[in-house]
Design a protein around this ligand. Sequence first.
Ligand SMILES: [Zn+2]
Length: 190
Amino acid sequence: MDGNKRWQEGDLKHPDRDPGRREFVAAEQDPFGVILSCIDSRVPPELLFDTGLGDLFVMRTGGQVVDSVVTGSVEYGPMTSGTPLIVVLGHQRCGAVKASYEAMRAGKKLPGNLQSIADALRPAYKETVKGKHDDPVDAMTRIHVKQTSAALRSNRDLDPLVKKGSLAVVSAYYSLDSGRVEVLTGAPSA
Ligand SMILES: [Zn+2]
């Protein structure tokens, strides 16, 4: 979050990005966080958290949706080397969420493999249309990251780590306009 503050203010440190760091992490990595975010070109985690080499495990999919391969990749750090943080990061004006929302509303399918993204977003869509929202696409994005982080937090392998206090699973939302990451759920209380 300190790095994100620097990003918002344009006061970047670009930490851990020199040959010394490359040599330091060459033999072994110990990232402090896992970020699951969207493929959107405007949402690269290493930039908007001002991090460097070896700092983060990063997974990016359209609309930050998960399947078993992605979930396994998210779990890798926490399960094998005690990475203490997972952030599921949605963002403002997400094209994947918007296209999926509109297709489901119209009862249509997205072309080709894109439909698998819409399928993965269906639970968030269903929750969204239960309520009234000025901006349903934005609401669906927030609902989706909350659902995804809740599912990760309570899954068979991560739940024991969360209960032990050695892992936090956070949902968050990134504003393209301000550069700010807002934590929605799961912030560690300590
Ligand atoms: Zn997106």
